[in-house]
Structure formats: C-alpha cells, structure tokens
Design a protein around this ligand. Structure first.
Ligand code: PLP
Length: 344
C-alpha cells in the first residue's frame, strides 16, 4: 500500500485542518457506519492514537478533582493520562456480560461522577464483551443521570467468532457518548492514527487543545490511513488478521490446557488479544514479575489494571511468536509453582 502511495504525486505535506485531514475524516465516517455509528466528518477529530484522545478529554473536559466511573479492572488504570490531570477513578465490578449496572447510579451520585469510561468490546484486560442488554441498560441508566459516556472502541473490529453488539455510540440519540477508535490494534500502532467521535462543539474544543499540543497528527500518516481505509486494504487485512489471531488463540488455549489447569482458570475471549488468567491462589505479583523477568519473561500483571489485584495475569496471544509462547508458557507455569511453594 505504501509503495502504491509513493508511486503517486505526493500532495504538499502541510498542516492539516484542526479536526484532521478531510479525506481521512470522510474515510473514518464511512468505516464507522459499518458498526452502526452515523458520524458526520465534522463530528470526528483525528488524533495521534486513541491514547491522545484520552489525554485531550482528560485535559479539556474533566475539571481537576472530578471522578470518572470505569470498569475494574481497566486499561485506564495502567496509563497516567487521567491521574496526571487530577481526575479520580471509581471502579465498578464486571461479570462475563460486562460492566455490572446495579451500582452505576449510586456511585455516580456519591462521587458526583463527570463521566463513565468503558471498553464494551473485547475489554482490556479481561477480553469480556458487554452484552446487548447490558449496553441498553448502561445507556438507560446513564441517560436518566445525564451522565456522559466515554466509549473506548480500540478492539471492537477484532472479533474472531461473531461481531460484537453495536457500540454504545450507535445507540446514542442525545449526543452523550464520546467514542474512541484507532488503527493501532488492527493495522499499525506506529502509524499513530486514532479518532474521537462526538458532538461538534465538543469535538471543536478538543481540536483546539490538540492544535495547541501538536498542530495535528502527522499529515503523512493521515494520507496513508485514508488510502488504507479507502483502498479496501483495511477490510482485506482484517480478514487475514482474524484468521491468524484465531490460530494463535487456539494455540494458547492448548498450551494453557496443558500447563495451567492446576494453577488457574480462564475464559476464551471472542476477540481482541488477551486472555485474563485467574490464579487459584493470590500471590505477590511484583515478586512474580521479578522472577519472570529474571527468566526472560515480561509479564503484564493484574495490579497494572487494578491496583489491589493479586491473582491475575494478562496474557496476549497476539504479541509473542508461537515459538516464544511454546517456551514461555510452561516456564511461567514453573515460576508460578515455585512462588506457591515459597508461600506455603
Ligand atoms: C483500550 C485501549 N484504549 C486505547 C489504547 C491506545 O491505543 P493507541 O495506540 O491508539 O494510542 C489502547 C492501547 O493499548 C487500549 O488497549
């Protein structure tokens, strides 16, 4: 695709409009329609990845000292965008159907929450998909509270069995949902292209802050991203990627079955990259991390995603090669066993 782009006369790579390249915003708008989100290009801001989207929202929309509700565990605990902006977190429990809605209202009122952040599809780190009924309940409860939602759709395209239910943004009739997307997970994290979809005045405000931060995402990346989406490369790539991820997921399932049945439980995710391993016994995860590192294994321990956690590991079947998984997972099982023996 880049070779095809290079063969054409290159437009001048000047600064783009504050919302981002019009042609990329049109492509993203067409792409979003496939998941049921009808978004005019004027309601889309191109960002340098979804992470920048989170940073702009933390800086531009949330007063210092405000609280956001979120799933516990969550990817958001592992980054510092919100904490650095003086925003507090209030975690809500999940089950296999996603965020449990029972405590949203009480917690929103108690903390005077400014927003609810959620990753409804292939949640990071648990891999859980919020089911259709839960999505409707979340929209209804937050609607009654007038609570804005920040929906992180980073993994939503990466379904492996069947597409997830429509995103919350597709159910939003009041302009209450901000939706984040990215090319990082399915295409390329190094491209640094993501987007925020929301009401136009909010998007313009976030675009102002973005202009003050970096004058816009790279024009070259925006050009490549528009071609990637418009030329059908993305669709084609997703089909290949899904096939490869299914193989990897199956490979990891077999390795877990062979080496971890006495140590942990897990669910097989319907998409995304991660298996959330629940250890039968709690253990000091920092100690496990250090022991694994000494053996050449880099662990994503559960305490990154929930400070108080002492019994989960986030395993990715997307990142390490099959060979690394074949050696690494039995080695990890051995290290966990040693840690259990040290405790008893
Ligand atoms: C849930 C979630 N949101 C956002 C991001 C940030 O992605 P990007 O590379 O687009 O900044 C990640 C990356 O790990 C993620 O897991």
């Amino acid at each position: 695709m880049l070779a095809e782009l290079a063969a054409r006369p290159l437009p001048p790579l000047s600064y783009e409009e504050p919302l981002g390249s019009p042609s990329l915003r049109r492509s993203v708008s067409r792409e979003l329609l496939k998941s049921g989100i009808a978004a005019d290009p004027a309601s889309i801001l191109i960002t340098s990845g979804a992470l920048q989207g989170l940073q702009l929202i933390a800086l531009g929309l949330l007063p210092r000292g405000s609280t956001i509700l979120l799933e516990k565990p969550s990817y958001l605990y592992s980054i510092h965008a919100f904490q650095s902006a003086g925003v507090k977190f209030s975690g809500l429990p999940m089950d296999q159907g996603g965020l449990l809605t029972g405590r949203i209202a009480a917690e929103a009122l108690r903390t005077k929450a400014a927003m609810l952040y959620t990753i409804p599809s292939f949640h990071n780190p648990t891999g859980i998909v919020m089911d259709r009924e839960r999505r409707q309940a979340v929209m209804k409860i937050t609607g009654e509270l007038g609570l804005p939602i920040l929906e992180d759709g980073a993994y939503q395209e990466l379904w492996l069995d069947s597409p997830p239910p429509p995103p919350l943004k597709a159910l939003d009739r009041e302009g209450r949902v901000l939706h984040l997307g990215t090319l990082s997970k399915a295409a390329s994290p190094g491209l640094r292209i993501g987007w925020i979809v929301g009401p136009e005045p909010v998007i313009r405000r976030l675009a102002d802050i973005k202009m003050q931060t970096d004058y816009g995402a790279s024009s070259l990346s925006q050009l490549a991203a528009a071609r990637w989406l418009d030329g059908g490369y993305h669709e084609e790539h997703l089909t290949v990627l899904r096939g490869k991820l299914r193989e990897r997921r199956e490979f990891m399932r077999q390795l877990l079955q062979a080496h971890f049945t006495e140590l942990a439980t897990w669910s097989i995710p319907a998409g995304g990259f991660y298996i959330w391993l629940s250890l039968h016994q709690p253990m000091p995860l920092r100690r496990l991390f250090t022991a694994a590192l000494q053996a050449g294994l880099l662990l994503n321990t559960g305490d990154l995603y929930d400070r108080g956690d002492s019994r989960h590991l986030r395993l990715s079947y997307a990142y390490a090669s099959p060979e690394e998984l074949r050696c690494g997972l039995p080695a990890l099982a051995g290290i966990i066993k040693q840690n259990i023996n040290r405790q008893s």
